[in-house]
Design a protein around this ligand. Structure first.
Ligand SMILES: C[S@@+](CC[C@H](N)C(=O)[O-])C[C@H]1O[C@@H](n2cnc3c(N)ncnc32)[C@H](O)[C@@H]1O
Length: 268
């Protein structure tokens, strides 16, 4: 990725696989948590920045009800296509193609801006925070979550190690790329510099569970563009390696890990 390109641009069947496999594992409880933390109320107008296939928009729509409204903005038209298909019967959501760095919305339009698991992919995070501020009404709230670094997320720390060993540095770097946010201070700085007040950064600790180590490897490597990764022998090598590395996390129901995010809530 060059410095002014956005990351996580899924192609082909990537967006479908994201909705089918990633959303249930990674996005549902996070979306509920984010909506609770901003105390989303019936009737409010919400902007979901980098909405992907629209899971946060759908949860927000349930909370704001028929008097509220949700706008999802997403850079990747293939993600938006799935978002529109999956949300087809939810009246109060509209999806727009556009960048988090230049949101296609008016000033002071929203009560709440949400952004789940996306800021790490923006080439200019300060610009994105300024755009969130611009889109909010005075007094409006922002809620954002993002992974911490791999040492706080052992499933991925070990998967990076396994990929580096069996598939090479590039595959490891691809897996590492979303896990870059280092500190509470760094998170706070984006929002402080954009003009937000009442900024609170929480280290949220949750459980990440897969039905088996094989599911972990198959799901989490789905979006790696290198076709070598998807060959039978490579998948078997990765599953074997991961079974060794994560043995201590295996239980009678599959495999479970602690998972850590930063969650930011602030006010315009
Ligand atoms: C991991 S997904 C998260 C999607 C969604 N928020 C969710 O919770 O499922 C990250 C999303 O950020 C989008 N994205 C990356 N850069 C972007 C940008 N500059 N503007 C808007 N969306 C962007 C990607 O296309 C992708 O859909």
């Amino acid at each position: 990725m060059t410095s002014n390109e956005s990351g996580f641009q899924l192609k082909g069947t990537g967006p479908e696989a994201y909705e089918r496999y990633m959303v249930p594992i990674h996005c549902l409880t996070r979306a509920e948590d984010l909506i609770d933390r901003v105390s989303l109320q019936p009737g409010e107008h919400v902007l979901d920045v980098a909405c992907g296939t629209g899971i946060v928009s759908r949860y927000a729509a349930r909370r704001v009800g028929y008097l509220g409204h949700v706008t999802g903005v997403e850079l990747n038209p293939a993600m938006l296509q799935i978002a529109r298909e999956v949300s087809a019967y939810v009246e109060q959501i509209k999806f727009l193609e556009g960048s988090a760095l230049d949101l296609p919305v008016s000033d002071s339009q929203f009560d709440v801006v949400l952004c789940q698991q996306a800021i790490m992919f923006f080439p200019d995070r300060h610009a994105a925070a300024r755009e969130m501020y611009r889109a909010l009404k005075p007094g409006g709230r922002v809620g954002l979550n993002v992974w911490r670094t791999p040492e706080f997320n052992p499933a991925f720390d070990h998967l990076i190690t396994a990929l580096e060993k069996h598939a090479g540095a590039e595959a490891g770097a691809f897996m590492r790329s979303p896990f870059i946010m280092k500190s509470v201070a760094e998170m706070r700085s984006f929002f402080e510099q954009a003009g937000f007040s009442d900024i609170s950064v929480i280290n949220r600790i949750d459980t990440l569970r897969y039905p088996s180590v094989e599911h972990l490897v198959r799901y989490e490597t789905l979006n790696i563009p290198d076709p070598e990764i998807h060959k039978k022998e490579m998948q078997e090598a990765l599953i074997g390696e991961m079974n060794r590395l994560v043995e201590a996390y295996i239980d009678d129901h599959g495999v479970a890990f602690p998972v850590q995010d930063f969650v930011v809530v602030a006010r315009r």
